[in-house]
Design a protein around this ligand. Structure first.
Ligand code: TPP
Ligand code: MG
Length: 358
């Protein structure tokens, strides 16, 4: 991506700074030899992850107040995954995910007002108030949803990669899905086609350890998800998905592989969601301690913050002003989404397919 300042004012115009280091293929560095991000990249990652976190905290509050209806799956805790991958991508690359999608949209530069207004079901929402949390898209930003059917995005993401190859374009499809989705049948049909035709797709498995209330160990015969493409000869690796440096480095490697015509690549991101599966999940299948340990020892935002301070990339005050600016963006989105008009009743009959004879 073009080199642009990290501290852009509006989400719609933000660009990730250009990538810096090309890592040696196949190497997973030890913690003492962690891949480095430069000042601009660290500050970009901090702001972007903070925007996702604060946006979703606000969405959670608004849900509690009854302003948001239907399903709402928060991404809090997983912010480093989408941020690090986005930083390694370039203009025109497509992204697609499941229903835990707010972070993917924000990082793609989609207007937070439009996302929040969709959550509250308003006419100015991204899907005109008719899609809700799980069904938002932006052709302009190459974001293809927002998919409620577990695993469906894997076939669609593979199709996006097919389109790039067919048209001779050098973009890649960034296809995100969960540990639970990795057991879905269509994932393997997609893997087969992706490798058969060497399609430019990076499969990013966001392994947050649970699929609703079911742990990976309880549901999966083979838990090393990075090797799920082995029978199709798709390379894969496990990545510390709580540390944006590792995410970024692995994503650079995977994207370069896919873009150069070598075909698909799998990244298993080891991550964690702090909140329940959705807003209605009391999360009784895991202990408070487990959540607390992840929050206090592995928080992706705190890690970046500590590095920024210790490297003297910014002072406490400068970080506070980034936080203030992010809060202002979120407050504006919440106000917009609360006050914007609802769709007209006539909208019930638009954007729907009515089957003749049924
Ligand atoms: C085909 C299909 N089966 C079942 C469901 C119900 N369902 C919704 S989310 C989910 C769990 C998916 O977990 P995972 O892929 O790990 O993603 P995460 O929620 O952890 O991000 C299930 C089973 C669904 N939406 N679609
Ligand atoms: Mg999961």
């Amino acid at each position: 991506m073009a080199k642009k300042a990290a501290a852009r004012k509006t989400a719609a115009t933000r660009k990730a700074p250009a990538r810096k280091t090309a890592a040696a293929a196949g190497r997973r560095p030890s913690r003492s030899n962690a891949p480095a991000l430069d000042k601009e990249q660290e500050l970009y990652a901090y702001r972007e992850m903070l925007l996702i976190r604060r946006f979703e905290e606000k969405a959670g509050q608004m849900y509690g107040m009854g302003l948001i209806g239907g399903f709402c799956h928060l991404y809090i805790g997983q912010e480093a995954v989408v941020t690090g991958v986005h930083m390694a991508s370039k203009e025109g690359d497509a992204s697609i995910t499941g229903y835990r999608d707010h972070g993917h949209m924000l990082v793609a530069g989609i207007d937070p007002n439009g996302v929040m207004a969709e959550l509250t079901g308003r006419a100015s929402g991204l899907s005109k108030g008719k899609g809700g949390s799980m069904h938002m898209f932006s052709k302009e930003k190459n974001f293809y949803g927002g998919n409620g059917i577990v695993g469906a995005q894997v076939s669609l993401g593979t199709g996006l990669a097919f389109a790039y190859k067919y048209r001779g374009e050098d973009n890649v499809s960034l296809t995100y899905f969960g540990d639970g989705a990795s057991n879905q049948g269509q994932v393997y049909e997609s893997f087969n086609m992706a490798k058969l035709w060497d399609l430019p797709v990076v499969y990013i498995i966001e392994n947050n350890k649970y699929a609703m209330g079911t742990s990976l160990e309880r549901a999966s015969a083979m838990t090393d998800l990075s090797q799920r493409g082995a029978s199709f000869e798709i390379p894969g690796e496990k990545v510390d998905g709580m540390d944006v440096r590792y995410v970024h480095e692995a994503a650079q490697r995977a994207i370069a592989h896919a873009r150069s015509g070598k075909g698909p690549y799998i990244l298993e991101m080891l991550t964690y969601r702090y909140r329940g599966h959705s807003m209605s999940d009391p999360a009784k299948y895991r202990s408070r301690d487990e959540v607390q340990t992840m929050r206090s020892e592995h928080d992706p935002i705190e890690q970046v913050k500590q590095r920024i301070l210790s490297e003297k990339h910014a002072s406490e005050d400068e970080l506070k002003s980034i936080e203030k600016e992010v809060r202002a963006v979120v407050t504006e989105a919440a106000d917009f989404a609360t006050n914007a008009p609802e769709p007209d009743v006539s909208e019930l009959w638009t954007d729907v397919t009515i089957l003749a004879g049924s």
